[in-house]
Design a protein around this ligand. Structure first.
Ligand code: PEP
Ligand code: MN
Length: 343
């Protein structure tokens, strides 16, 4: 931390801050300029108490962190791209995955039809959403645990791994028995209690960016998972809330490049919840691949017009082979491979 004093701070005030810094466990190094003095506080900000409190002193102008608040997620800690496995499917580095499936599991017939269509198109990781965090309490909330047998049957019938969202800690043990990865939705990105419970489950976690979370907050949420023992974290950009209304959310494509510069974790993009419109999903997906995403999370339904949630943005699953064909050259051009999906 660098502590910057207001101009012409008195010696006595500077000494007072030095003393405070020592009490908090840091070593102060004073640098006196012509007008201003700054103090560099040497010590690990992750294992000592925060120096932010010094901001409240009237002669301190600013307290500037020099260390990132996330450590295990950072490239300083782990320089190489991490490759994680969902089921037996690699994701990260040059391994690209398209994860697809309906917004929610609605019935056995609907989900098995989607599984049939999507596996035939080469998809090997499916969305399997049982608990839906809906904005309105009157909307379809998902089948809950009643849908677990449908997921089991899909996995027995088709070569699939599945990703399931959890919205509450008590859902985690039951869902983790069936799911190959757990998803934390945008609304729970900063639900730190849920993050720590999900980390305990021993499954990879897909962490969506909160719709109002900065990249730093998103990466700090990932740090919660890592600190609590979950080494396999995938970041998912899904659009943020802006003034723009022509799309459901604004896909922050630059966050993918920023997150990949800052962390070793795979970063995927959900163009469906960003766009909110089926016609925009493919163009946004292509942009995501071009910027360097390690994968995509796309909503696809056997009959989108009959969907119980997010019908407008879901792609017809029977047409998904065309989506995969359209994306393949972009994936290749980005130097990544979806080869494993053809095995
Ligand atoms: C979802 O992927 O099912 C979902 C609810 O998305 P988000 O959390 O990004 O809104
Ligand atoms: Mn949805």
């Amino acid at each position: 931390m660098i502590i910057v004093f207001k101009p012409h701070a008195r010696d006595q005030e500077i000494q007072q801050v030095e003393e405070h810094i020592r009490q908090l466990g840091y070593e102060p190094r004073v640098i006196r300029g012509v007008e201003r003095t700054v103090i560099g506080a040497v010590g690990d900000e992750l294992s000592h108490r925060s120096l932010e409190i010094l901001r409240s002193m009237p002669f301190v102008e600013n307290v500037v962190p020099i260390q990132k608040r996330y450590k295990l997620a950072s490239r300083e800690y782990h320089a190489e791209d991490s490759v994680i496995r969902i089921g037996d499917r690699p994701l990260g580095g040059s391994h690209f995955q398209v994860i697809a499936g309906p917004c929610a599991i609605e019935s056995r017939e609907q989900y098995l039809q989607a599984a049939r269509d999507l596996t035939a198109a080469g998809v090997r990781i499916m969305r399997a959403s049982l608990y839906k965090p809906r904005t309105s309490p009157y909307d379809f909330q998902g089948l809950g645990k009643a849908g677990l047998d449908i997921v089991r049957e899909a996995k027995e019938t088709y070569p699939l791994a599945v990703v399931t969202e959890v919205v509450a800690p008590e859902q985690v043990p039951e869902v983790a028995e069936v799911a190959d990865a757990l998803q934390i939705g945008a609304r729970n990105c900063q639900n730190y209690h849920l993050l720590s419970k999900v980390a305990d489950a021993g499954r990879p976690v897909i962490l969506k960016r909160g719709m109002a979370a900065t990249v730093e907050e998103w990466l700090s949420a990932a740090e919660y998972l890592l600190v609590h023992g979950c080494a396999q974290v995938v970041l998912c950009e899904r659009g943020i809330r802006t003034f723009e209304t022509s799309t459901r959310n604004t896909l922050d494509i630059s966050s993918v490049a920023v997150a990949q510069r800052e962390t070793h974790l795979p970063v995927i993009v959900d163009p469906s919840h960003a766009a909110g419109h089926h016609a925009l999903v493919l163009p946004l997906a292509k942009a995501a691949i071009a910027v360097g995403a390690n994968g995509l999370l796309i909503e696809a339904h056997p009959n989108p017009v009959a969907a119980l949630s997010d019908g407008f943005q879901q792609l017809p699953s029977h047409d998904f082979h065309n989506v995969m064909h359209a994306l393949a050259p972009f994936v290749e051009l980005a130097g990544k491979t979806m080869e494993e999906n053809r095995s």
